[in-house]
Design a protein around this ligand. Structure first.
Ligand code: 5AD
Ligand code: SF4
Length: 487
């Protein structure tokens, strides 16, 4: 069997895309290995959002070079593909800067990867495909699914590792892409350029995916999209359906026990979605709703098209709909022109809302985005200080939220199986200081907290794999809870 190594940077969308590329290549006879050593193919799936994205790529490529040379000395061939958002953004430039690369493929065209690999090997020519054709991408995966029967579910949603004969790791929660791309053009962000315009999949196709996943033992469906609450896929009558409607349809599937969605934009928090949080019990009481800044003038500069007051209003309505709602957000500090006063507005908003867990970043200019050309860039030392101050507050809030769980009984969805090799989730069997001789179960609370429970034996552990059970929380840690099964 030919060997494939994939390195993934960035968001959940990229992890998902890497899984799909793995599916595609496994379908044409590759198996996945953990290092580039001896590989017949290496894929680097890149992220353009973080700082120094292309520097990271070229240093990775530098490290791959000796492996590629060795492979050739041994009479073989190693195909190196660069995928993801850096590929989309930099295109042909990558060929110019690194001789190691054979294929450049974008996030909306990677369904053509087996084809490109075939051509690269046969014609000994470099290949590039940066087309935006999401419709075509999903159709390719559907076709693969119908060709390979049951195992095909992995092409549509969820992880190849869950159904892959070679890996055999099963999961209790899995992602289904429902929407891709973004039309919002926040002035700091590359996504609209690298992932293209908003595109929503049809309701019936998503419902089919969810059904196939639950047949594989999944009970939590996690809808994925760059702008997931802008979802407007067609229903059976050919009418656009909202995300709330989609949630309602998937909630009708008995074996689906939990539904989540990410990532949302405040502008698309429609009233029916807020109502869904009140009416649909399977919809978990947790929302990741990036605001980026608490200052109206910064929000304006970011082209967010919402104010801090809009955000407060949404949170108020959400909490009225679901009083136990847990909230998470993304923040950028040091956006061009951000003053001390603006930053204080962000701190004030965080204090007033109270988040359960958040992501925060220093602004980093992305070439080609409007904010990158702004004259008044904030000094690095100021960004550092603001980030440290914000993160201190966010960590305190997270610790406080976890502390509140102590003594509470909550339903926990346990992993279906202890992951054997973990790209996806931490092994429940390691770390966290479990009691010797006992087995640690690992699961998720409704608020996305990791929950760890000790059980006596492997047999007992198996009773809980993939199931939801009540857990009494004994102790909280900054990023997890420790509890016992509550019967
Ligand atoms: N600089 C810093 N953070 C950024 N993000 C996106 N682009 C940038 C940038 N240029 C952050 C935003 C977004 C998250 C995924 O990454 O907070 O919500
Ligand atoms: Fe980027 Fe803004 Fe679109 Fe989010 S909404 S993907 S931050 S442009």
């Amino acid at each position: 069997m030919k060997k494939l190594h994939i390195k993934t940077y960035g968001c959940q969308m990229n992890v998902y895309d890497s899984d799909r590329m793995q599916d595609l290549m496994e379908n044409v006879g590759y198996e996945t290995i953990d290092t580039p050593e001896g590989a017949d193919m290496v894929i680097i799936n890149t992220c353009h959002i973080r700082e120094k994205a292309s520097e990271k790529l070229f240093s990775d490529l530098g490290r791959i070079r000796p492996h590629k040379n060795k492979k050739e000395e041994d009479g073989g061939q190693m195909i190196v593909a660069v995928a993801g958002c850096v590929a989309q953004a930099e295109g042909e430039e990558i060929f110019k800067r690194s001789k190691v690369v054979d294929i450049i493929v974008g996030p909306e065209s990677y369904q053509t990867l087996p084809d490109l690999v075939g051509k690269a090997i046969r014609d000994k020519k470099k290949q590039i495909n940066l087309d935006f054709v999401p419709d075509n991408k999903f159709d390719v995966f559907r076709e693969l699914a119908s060709n390979v029967g049951d195992a095909g579910s992995s092409y549509l949603g969820g992880s190849s590792r869950r159904v892959s004969a070679t890996k055999g790791v099963q999961k209790s929660s899995d992602f289904v892409t429902v929407q891709e791309g973004c039309d919002k053009f926040c002035t700091f962000c590359v996504v609209p350029y690298t992932r293209g315009a908003e595109y929503s999949r049809e309701v019936s196709k998503i419902v089919d995916d969810a059904k196939r996943l639950v047949d594989q033992g999944v009970s939590e469906i996690y809808f994925l999209g760059q702008n997931v609450n802008a979802y407007h896929g067609l229903d059976v009558n050919g009418e656009p359906a909202s995300l709330a409607k989609l949630i309602e349809e998937v909630a009708k599937i008995d074996a689906v026990k939990r539904i989540r969605y990410t990532t949302s934009h405040p502008r698309d928090m429609s009233d029916d979605l807020l109502a869904a949080h009140r009416d649909i019990e399977k919809l978990m009481p947790f929302l990741h709703l990036p605001i980026q800044s608490g200052s109206n003038s910064v929000l304006k500069g970011m082209n967010r098209k919402h104010t801090r007051q809009d955000y407060f209003k949404i949170i108020e309505k959400l909490r009225a709909a679901r009083p136990d709602m847990g909230l998470s957000s993304d923040f950028i500090v040091g956006f061009p022109g951000e003053t001390d006063r603006d930053f204080e507005d962000t701190m004030d908003l965080v204090r007033k809302i109270g988040f359960t867990q958040c992501y925060s970043f220093k602004y980093s200019p992305r070439p080609g985005t409007p904010a990158a050309d702004a004259k008044i860039q904030v000094e690095e030392s100021v960004k550092d200080a603001r980030l440290a101050e914000l993160q201190k507050l966010l960590t305190e809030q997270q610790i406080e939220f976890n502390k509140k769980a102590e003594g509470q009984v909550m339903p926990v969805l346990f992993e279906r199986e202890a992951p054997k090799s973990g790209r996806s989730s931490p092994s429940p069997l390691e770390g966290e200081g479990g009691v010797r001789g006992k087995i640690q179960l690992w699961g998720k609370s409704p608020w996305l907290q990791s929950v760890i429970v000790d059980v006596e034996s492997e047999e007992e552990a198996k009773k809980y794999f993939g199931k939801i059970a009540d857990v009494k929380v004994l102790k909280s840690r900054p990023s997890s809870l420790v509890g016992e099964i509550f019967e």
